[in-house]
Design a protein around this ligand. Structure first.
Ligand code: NAP
Length: 254
């Protein structure tokens, strides 16, 4: 029975696992990093925790007899994506990246593109501003360098201990977030600017649309560069790739 490993942590990975998990001829495992305290339930068996870099993942692929690897991690999870590609090459396992397309700015958007959180904080300027920050709890240290701002920080897990800044409020939440709710949140907190990742998809786009409607600026972290690989941008295309990868060589015209 073909064994499939999905590197997950995203909505797409969960949807893909649901589609594959309903196929009795496949043995599908989802791998999660183990970052969140209460991860969303998964429709297939789950393994949790790092593999130990490129070599550890290559060993896992060989040891478990994995026939195809699908990297469906978040677009900003650059380390695991690079390791996945290299490990799959080392272990001679077919690999594809499932990555949702980025958002693109449309008329009315006011985006400043930056390369990292420290650059995002610098882009806020010296004058105090009210900022919604939608980053992971492990990415917030650069905020401490700019304590003059009023931060509203939303993350999946609580930020503990809180940041060493005098003006910070914390929210926990996991998308999807509706545009109307985002608009109400931004207005209620007098938000002037949002710091966000270009995650793509619909679940977290509400804040971007709400910012546009309210005339607020968005400081957008550019996506990290990851090594070139076979890539698809939808679950349907990932399923098609997998069927092709698992087909006998003759059927693939090899
Ligand atoms: P990262 O920086 O690319 O990876 C750091 C290390 O975490 C990897 O080297 C690997 O450890 C381990 N790891 C990451 N994803 C894994 C997975 N699916 N299964 C097993 N080990 C994994 O990753 P990250 O940005 O911290 O993201 C961690 C997870 O959260 C990812 O699965 C991602 O899909 C999800 N996520 C990330 C973001 C984001 O903004 N970065 C947002 C939403 C969800 P070893 O080297 O020991 O193998």
């Amino acid at each position: 029975m073909p064994r499939i490993l999905i590197l997950g942590g995203t909505t797409e990975a969960r949807i893909l696992a649901g589609r594959l998990g309903s196929r009795p001829e496949l043995d599908v495992t989802m791998s999660l990093a183990g970052r969140t305290a209460s991860p969303a339930p998964q429709p297939v068996p789950v393994r949790v925790g790092g593999f130990g870099g490129r070599e550890g993942l290559a060993d896992y692929l060989r040891r478990e007899g994995i026939d195809a690897l699908i990297d469906a991690t978040h677009p900003y999870a650059a380390v695991i994506s690079a390791n996945a590609l290299a490990a799959a090459r080392d272990a001679a396992v077919p690999v594809v990246v499932l990555r949702r397309p980025p958002w693109t700015a449309v008329a009315g958007d006011c985006w400043t593109l930056v390369d990292g959180v420290a650059d995002a904080i610098a882009a806020l300027g010296e004058a105090p501003r009210c900022v919604l920050v939608t980053l992971g709890r492990g990415e917030l240290d650069p905020l401490v360098a700019a304590p003059q701002h009023h931060y509203l920080i939303r993350s999946v897990d609580p930020v503990e201990p809180p940041l060493a800044v005098p003006h910070a409020k914390y929210l926990t939440g996991r998308g999807p977030f509706a545009e109307a709710d985002e608009r109400a949140l931004l207005t209620a907190h007098g938000i002037e600017c949002i710091i966000a990742k270009n995650s793509g998809g619909t679940a977290t786009y509400g804040k971007i649309a709400a910012a546009r409607a309210l005339g607020l600026s968005v400081i957008m972290l550019r996506r990290p560069t990851v090594p070139a690989a076979a890539a698809v941008d939808s679950v349907e295309d990932a399923l098609a790739w997998l069927d092709h990868a698992l087909a006998p060589a003759a059927a693939r015209g090899v």
